[in-house]
Ligand binder design. Structure first.
Ligand code: PEP
Length: 265
């Protein structure tokens, strides 16, 4: 069930959209609506995750229209501290600008070969640097059709967010994103997503104890819009959403508005 300590999170994954110029413009536009909204409710955090090259531009826009519960997140990072890793971002670099980092998104797993083991190393590195990891897990369409969802989720959970240090387990955020729902317009039902999310919470409890399971925030992701966010947020185990397509549209503000209608002021 939801607890007041589990502040809702609505995170926007802009994916590979908006270079610095466009990002600054779009961030400026949505922040003028987001800031007063978030100001009105202490039960929500909104995290904007632009492409790495646009992080500084969005941070600048956020300083001009500031609210402490509107945060900046990266879409990925490497686990090494520094060195000859061309094209990668170190955790310490990300933590200079961001509070959070999305890790193990299904697109990174599918197109860039990221394994659970790599995601685990990145998760541990994020926690060492005071970054909030948003760890993505979710089954493929063929696994869903074959009724293997629980099996896949159990394995991904064990290997992606296993071995976490006890003092940091509550800082992890998990995003359950069934791959068949991402970018397809075919969202899971709140009941279906809620069932898997309750299962993830149970698994987390088996790994880290009941107190951690009650505290960990688990988001749903996959074709979330302002039309369906209310149903997801009404589920007692769903603590927010990771939003892709709708996060680069004004609808993102409506998603936050509808979330506040559910979580209250
Ligand atoms: C995502 O990329 O994490 C995502 C959930 O995308 P969409 O909202 O477009 O399905």
């Amino acid at each position: 069930m939801k607890t007041p300590a589990r502040t809702a999170i609505i995170a926007g994954n802009w994916k590979m959209n908006f270079g610095p110029l466009q990002a600054a413009t779009f961030a400026g536009e949505i922040l003028s609506d987001l800031v007063p909204l978030v100001e009105a409710s202490s039960h929500i955090i909104s995290i904007i995750c632009p492409p790495a090259i646009s992080l500084a531009a969005v941070q600048h826009a956020m300083r001009e229209q500031y609210h402490q519960r509107i945060e900046l997140g990266a879409q990925n990072m490497y686990f090494e501290e520094k060195g000859a890793f061309t094209g990668e971002l170190a955790p310490s670099m990300v933590s200079e600008l961001c509070t959070s980092v999305i890790l193990g998104h299904s697109e990174r797993r599918a197109y860039f070969g990221e394994s659970d083991e790599l995601v685990n190393k990145k998760t541990l590195a994020a926690l060492r640097h005071g970054l909030r990891p948003i760890v993505c897990i979710g089954e493929r369409p063929d696994q869903y059709d074959a009724g293997q969802t629980r099996e896949v989720i159990a394995s991904q959970s064990l290997h992606s967010f296993g071995r976490l240090p006890a003092e940091h387990v509550k800082e992890v955020v998990i995003a359950y994103e069934p791959i068949w729902a991402i970018g397809t317009g075919k969202a899971a039902t709140a009941e279906g997503a809620g069932e898997v999310i309750s299962y993830i919470r149970q698994l987390f409890g088996e790994m880290y104890g009941d107190e951690a399971a009650l505290a960990v925030r688990i988001l749903y992701g996959g074709s979330v819009t302002s039309d369906n966010i209310g149903e997801f947020m009404a589920h007692p185990d769903i603590d927010g959403a990771l939003v892709g397509g709708a996060s680069i549209k004004p609808d993102f503000v409506e998603i936050v508005r509808k979330t506040i209608e559910t979580v209250g002021m």
